[in-house]
Every structure is written in C-alpha cells, then in structure tokens.
Design a protein around this ligand. Sequence first.
Ligand code: FE
Length: 247
Amino acid sequence: MKYKAFHKLSYGLYIIATGFEGKKYGYIGNTAFQITSEPPQVAISSHKNNFTTDKIIKSGKFSISVLQKDVNTSLIGEFGFMSGAEFDKFRNVETTTSVTGAPIITDSSVAWFDCKVINSVDVGSHIMIIGEVLDSDVISGEEPLTYDYYREKYKMLAPKNAPTYVEKEKLDSEIVPEKEKKPEPVEKKPGKDSNEGGGVHTCSICGFQYNQDDGDPSMGIPPGTPFEDLPDDYKCPICNAGKDYFK
Ligand code: FE
C-alpha cells in the first residue's frame, strides 16, 4: 500500500467548532463532506482524543467554517496544533451563531454551516459524526483553501489527530513518479547548494520550513536571515513552537 495515494484525495480545510456548558471548542479538520442534499446532511470524522469531539456529542451541535485560500496561518497553528486546554483558542477570532448556537468562526472563512448532530458512528480512532445542516451562509468571494495547496505551500504535516495523518517517515520512504520534466538544465543560485541545506530548518511539531532565502515576512524577518541569527524568542508562525523545536 502506498500512503501517498491518500494525498491524491481532494479536501478542503475547515474549522469544526461547538459550544458546551458556556465554553467554546474547535479544531482544524479536512474531513467534512456533504452526504445528502434532501435533507442537507454533512459528515465529519473527529479523533476521540480531540477535546472537541466529546463536546460535539454532548451538545448535539457543531459548525463548519470553510477556510479561505489566503488563510491566517496562526488560525491553523492554534486550532490545528494546540490544545484548547492550555488557552482560549477563540480569544482573537470573530465568531457568530445561528440556529444551534454553536460558535461559527468567520475569520479567514468563505462559508459556514450550522449543524445538528443526528447520528454518530464509532470507527476506531475516530467518531464519524453526521449532522443535518440547519443554516449556512457564504461570507466571502475568496477562493476556499484546499488541503493540497496547504500541504504544498506550507510543507505542512497533518496534525496527529487528523484522519489523514501519516507518519512522515512512511511518506519519505515512498518513491512516486514525478511530473514529467523538461530536460533543460535548471539554473541554480550560486552558494545555495554550498550550505548543504543548512538554509532550511523544519519545525518538528508542525512541519513548517524556515528557509533563510525567504526569511519569514509574517514575523518581520527579512529574506537572507540565517536561522542562527533569528531572535531567541522566534516562534514557529504556524504552531508557536520555539527555536529549539527546529531541526
Ligand atoms: Fe511549527
């Protein structure tokens, strides 16, 4: 079996959220899909270790916010890689509510769905939750984010609790045919090869790559800044991990 085949399934990225006993819970997921149109029903697959899963079942409601292509990456870091037990993920995001009262994230989103839980199926590590859509809206004309784009642009790994999570070692060991390339030689920047990849450091938590040629404009780091010269309090722009977590 080739795990990379699973990367050829197309998905978007969503924030799944709920509210229970006055508190808000949420996570980033790629598994949210429509299963019927009459009545309008959707399904999500949510990890049992995920704090939010239990709250969705108990509250009987959840929302799905469809993230936009030009997403605020700190949303992905906080909702995708951090636990709501440590801090309030919702402190800096705009939300609204509709029929069920589940919080709906409207930041960096192009559309949302407000759902009532009508069934759930234990599928081992995850629970597949089926919801009836009671309300929905389109809030932006931006393009939605696809999982493929996210993976390519940010070189990101799936969070461990994602149904699509595969260990990086397994993926790296697989050889897949590359796109047919034109045989013309690629011009290489002088000096780039001489540092033998030393210009790229990878966050061991989320997979974000710091490339010294690019710097990190989101954190105010100009292109050409070597990793070693980053301030000691530099944090991964995605998952907030410190410099020590980079390899
Ligand atoms: Fe990270």
